[in-house]
Design a protein around this ligand. Sequence first.
Ligand code: HSE
Length: 437
Amino acid sequence: MKKSAIKVGIIGFGTVGAGVARILLEKRDELKRRLGFPVVLAGIADLDVKRDRGIKLPAGILINDAKALLNNPGIDIVVELIGGIHPAKEFILEALKKGKHVVTANKALLATEGSDIFNFMKKKKVELGFEAAVAGSIPIIKIVREALIANNIQAVYGIINGTSNYILTKMTEEKVEFSDALKEAQALGYAEADPTFDVEGIDTAHKLAILASLSFGIPFSFKKIYTEGITRITPLDINFASALGYKIKLLAIAKQSGGEVELRVHPTMLPKEQLISSIDGVFNAIYVEGDAIGSQLYYGRGAGERPTASAVVSDIVDTARNIKSGSIGRIQGLGMPEISGIRIRNMENVLSRYYFRFSAIDKPGILSRIAGILGACNISIESVIQKGRKKEKAVPLVMMSHEAKEMDVVRALREIDKLPVVSDRTAFIRIEGRENN
Ligand code: HSE
């Protein structure tokens, strides 16, 4: 197709929408120089056309009607930045139906309805870019789908929710409770509209679903991801972890072995000396392990106006280049025309090391009782700490296990928590990284 300018319409003039508009306007000449043709911001639709976003827009391009933007035959690429499932899905399908290409940052939509959208696209000569949906500015989609094509990916894991990482960092550095750290994250505007998505691991699981599909050729599997958030993490556990040489991070983990992939999101104890443990605040970091590359770590800003807009503009430009060169559809959604047949491992069969904090009455024989149940459930203890004495009162009793099966741990804790000498539900955190021998 020969066209002089590629025209872009944005639906959603919030933080990221404003960032994309700003970059397209400020860098119009620079992009034209690099691409050899102009990329023009031709329309923006948002219900709020009054609020000043501090951008001088060309006259008449901001409208309050997304349908009018979708009906504009001049627009080649529609950028969906309203988030959520509805009406974002309908807008995207409508754009694709009209033969327009789409760029989106909508991780929740892709993780839950991505298969539907890609199926819809199958017979159409259209593209859907979603680099900004995972880890903001880090080009992890392109890395996994294109740059690492020579590899069989064995594992992808990392910190992909800045808000929960900010909260855990705050709790670690300032020894504050979860609720206080969350309030601060909200005040700074880091948390999603509904902070449940951030702190319960849901946003992380959305992003992991997308990464796992690209990495292992599996359908979007958000519902099958074991997801546990950070709301039960306490300063007490953070201190014990630190004394044992670990930091606690909310990790997204996808690991492949034996034709199966395990998909899980949960707070994880990581050795302090491991690079990923030093990723603090709102930053993201992702390890990719491949059979050709070994292990690589990608690090950067995972949210925010300009970092996320950077990823959106990269997709706009990729699509624009493909339109210009007549190579639309060169790379399919997941980067492969067929899925792989890799199955998702049931969480109960996942192996991990564990940190346990029992709240047990301090009296003779209790340690052996607990250890006895763990032993009977095939859980081998690596180390034990009990600090302080409160005769006949509950004290924290901390144990680290060797590798154990999730189902054995669930069974053991069910029994231990029923003991009359155990006063509170046992806290447990899975451990990744070195084994202390
Ligand atoms: N709430 C998300 C985060 C925003 O904290 O990472 C980016 O997806």
